[in-house]
Design a binder for this molecule. Sequence first.
Ligand code: GLN
Length: 447
Amino acid sequence: ASFAQIERVEKDVNSFVTLDKEAALKSAAEVQKKIDAGELTGPLAGVPVAIKDNMCTEGMLTTCSSKILSNFHPTFSSEAVLNLQREGAVIIGKTNMDEFAMGSTTETSYYGPTKNPWNLNHVPGGSSGGSCSAVAAGEAFYALGSDTGGSIRQPSSFCGVVGIKPTYGTVSRYGLVAYGSSLDQIGPVAKDVTDCATILEAIASYDRKDSTSIKREDTNFTEALKADVKGMKIGIPRDYFGEGLDPQVKEAVLKAAQELKAQGAEVEEFDLSLVEYAIPAYYVIAAAEASSNLERFDGVKYGYRSQDYDGLHNMYKKTRSEGFGAEVKRRIMLGSFVLSSGYYDAYYLKALRVKALIKQAFDRAFEKYDVILGPAAPTTAPKLGESLADPIKMYLGDIYTIAVNLTGLPGISVPCGMDDKGLPIGVQLIGNRFEEKKIIQTAFTYE
Ligand code: GLN
């Protein structure tokens, strides 16, 4: 069924970098045998899944939508993918993304942009745009995405699907190609909250191969699928409804809050503070970590190597010049600059201090509230091409999602309406660390 739908729509939406029908059918047949033998009984057994192309899949091309990895076949699979396969998931392919997950529109991909299934003239969001469009277009029943600054929640909001960014440390980052290691988390993208909770339960695990992995006893997320918000305290940050927020998004998100109130939640506005500092702090920290993480792409160990060079240094230079796209180069330059001697204190250390203050602001908020509710993004999906022309404007679009990564908190985006162009709007629910269950329960009740 998935491949029949892919046949119909993939040429228009371009959700995938790699599709492997033969491998998928083979794996489905093997899973079927295990189901018949009673060895696989879980809800994900035999269900087709699409994986973002920054997660290693053994033997299957893993490009990060970059030319520099355009020939990379990993010898191992990421832990999150293995966790799904243990449950009998069937991988149908790898989804398109912004190059190395840097971007908000899936337009920085070496493989061309993905289109929003609701309107092909608009972007699907990013960087997990291919994962979200694959689910929205019915090509995959669910997908994995990664979220460093909003890359699961924002495209989920733009594509009208549900996406969760878990508490940092919940899902192993082993085998996820690193962008900003202190911020990156893998999470599910699916059609509804029930599917998302089920998938998250499957991929969450303690993993010694990821030094930031956390041992949790409470990853039975499906237990939170209860339609009940009576007494749930929901805080709405006033600072999330100011300048730059599209009035239609504002209206739909506040309406969602009203509906939760009608169902028994206590809803109240409050001042979160420091919201305007999240973007500068994030773009300093994320770029710094990216510049370091991307040092490994030198044309020696794996991936693309320039064909025409003169000596070792020239080989590095040409390989990286030819292999990386413009947005990735911008981040490497910015990151190298903020980490350089003389600027380290002024930019990188200062950003870390701002991050600590933002965390304190959220800690204070969670003393009073169970859940924080706001928009996932300030607008609905922009037209193709608009964001590439103005990267700073694109960065500003991350305002509601990135603080959640800086603080390691869990967040979920759930569809809450449409604008007058027929493009989906998402409401974001943010929880305290390890309190995915509260946001899942609230989202499930709302949905
Ligand atoms: N848009 C943000 C960035 O470009 C977030 C991307 C992400 O979460 N991977 O860095």
